[in-house]
Design a protein around this ligand. Structure first.
Ligand code: FAD
Length: 412
């Protein structure tokens, strides 16, 4: 591993004091939990309200690019210790399986300050939960309340109202409730609907060994950390390993009308292997042989949702982060990463000693720091997903901007 481990930030023994804020976070996804950890480190008392029980969590793999991986490493989360593997090369084919490009990332990876990892979402999520709720000397453990569905929020009093009528009040309210966010309807202009991107995706895993055991598909599973994309005119298949290179993660993106899903079904609509094979039937037989190995338990469909830019992410004591503020199309693998950047930025502006009366002003500062960058990465993700026709996409086109945000490391 060419990367030195950064010093893990501790909070210098700061414990919640009379000056510490009470923070209420709505949503214990990747962004909400990262915010909870960073805010805990600032000496605040943090309660996270999560609607689900995290039972039967599936999810698939996520990119931890250098920008977000650096933020995780600062709070003592080393993705390689929870089964993440290094991203080592990118190979691109057309639908007929003619090689377009093959780029080794080992050397460039050494240029970045932190590694580019591929991690199973469930493994990362588990680790964030553990880190947030364990006693460690870095502030009080976060209180995580599951089965707590928030039905309304009051930005003026930083109050979340649960389905059972319970009211949870703090000094700050963080809306980290994902793409279908309710909290966002409480920022001015926030009630604009999500819109379809016109695309949907199948996502699933296959055991790497199953690909290696078949002579037709072994070529695609030989190299550790290899991301492969097969481009058709209006559809593409993306494959990369996760789980310490033991599983191959697939995201297959195509016109929405060809798979029977709608945005309301979330990440995990039911679908079938036959539907998958039908949509990609014109691709090379060796790729079809690979798709045919899809683990049906993990096979799900989801509609890729987009949203126009919100005029503001904050209102009084409420601030949005992650997908609630800016849902991303997945083409740059930055959705989780930008949610983590938002989370760390929020804790920087709400530093230890922030007075409750200063919260609204600090939240406006948070918005000022984050909005331009998040919306730029959001736009790059749209561009990277455009239909190519005969055009050739350089999928690394936007990478320097996305990854090169190392100022974060100097500011924390
Ligand atoms: P999310 O990670 O979506 O988290 C939002 C959280 O808020 C969820 O836990 C949700 O249950 C909770 N919540 C929502 N509404 C309420 C409410 N009213 N009250 C209380 N809690 C609420 N991205 C990929 O690229 N690939 C994947 O395979 C993938 N799988 C996913 C599986 C699941 C189950 C989820 C929830 C998300 C998945 N994502 C996936 C999305 C990805 O994790 C996010 O786009 C990204 O991490 C941004 O995170 P976020 O914290 O803003 O939102």
């Amino acid at each position: 591993m060419p990367f030195s481990e950064p010093a893990v930030v501790t909070n210098g023994g700061i414990l919640p004091t009379a000056q510490g804020l009470n923070v209420v976070v709505v949503g214990a996804g990747i962004g909400g939990l990262t915010a909870a950890i960073y805010l805990r480190y600032q000496g605040h008392t943090v309660t996270v309200l999560e609607q689900s029980r995290f039972a039967n969590e599936l999810g698939a793999a996520l990119h931890l690019a250098p920008n977000s991986n650096g933020l995780l490493r600062r709070i003592g989360i080393f993705a390689e210790r929870v089964g993440a593997n290094l991203m080592e090369s990118v190979t691109e084919y057309n639908a007929a399986n003619e090689l377009l490009r093959d780029v080794e990332l080992t050397e460039p990876n050494k240029l970045w300050q932190h590694p580019w990892h591929l991690v199973h979402r469930v493994h990362l999520h588990e680790e964030l939960k553990r880190r947030a709720t364990s006693p460690s000397g870095d502030g009080l453990p976060v209180v995580l309340k599951t089965c707590s569905h928030v039905v309304d929020v009051d930005p003026a009093t930083a109050t979340a109202i649960l389905e059972n009528g319970e009211r949870v009040q703090g000094d700050v309210l963080v809306g980290a409730d994902g793409v279908h966010s309710k909290t966002r309807t409480k920022v001015p202009g926030g009630d604009i609907p999500n819109k379809s991107s016109g695309k949907s995706a199948f996502r699933f895993l296959i055991p790497r060994q199953a690909a290696l055991d078949d002579p037709l598909t072994a070529q695609y599973a030989k190299r550790d950390g290899q991301l492969i994309i097969w481009y058709g005119q209006d559809r593409r298949v993306i494959m990369y390993p996760c789980d310490a290179n033991r599983q191959l993660n697939f995201v297959c993106i195509h016109p929405l009308e060809e798979s029977d899903v709608d945005g309301a079904s979330g990440w995990s609509a039911e679908t079938t292997k036959n539907a998958l094979l039908e949509v990609y039937k014109n691709f090379d037989p060796s790729l079809l042989a690979l798709l045919d190995k899809a683990d049906v338990k993990s096979l799900k469909a989801w509609e890729l949702l987009d949203r126009d830019v919100l005029a503001t992410w904050v209102n009084d004591r409420l601030a949005l982060l992650g997908d609630a503020a800016h849902p991303f199309l997945p083409h740059q693998g930055q959705g989780a990463g930008c949610a983590m950047e938002d989370a760390a930025a929020l804790a920087v502006v709400l530093q230890n000693g922030t007075k409750a009366e200063d919260v609204p002003e600090r939240l406006r500062l948070y918005e000022k720091i984050r909005m331009e960058r998040a919306h730029r990465v959001q736009e790059y993700s749209r561009l990277a997903g455009r239909d190519l026709g005969d055009e050739k996409l350089d999928m690394m086109e936007y990478t320097n901007y996305n990854f090169g945000h190392d100022e974060w490391d100097n500011s924390m």
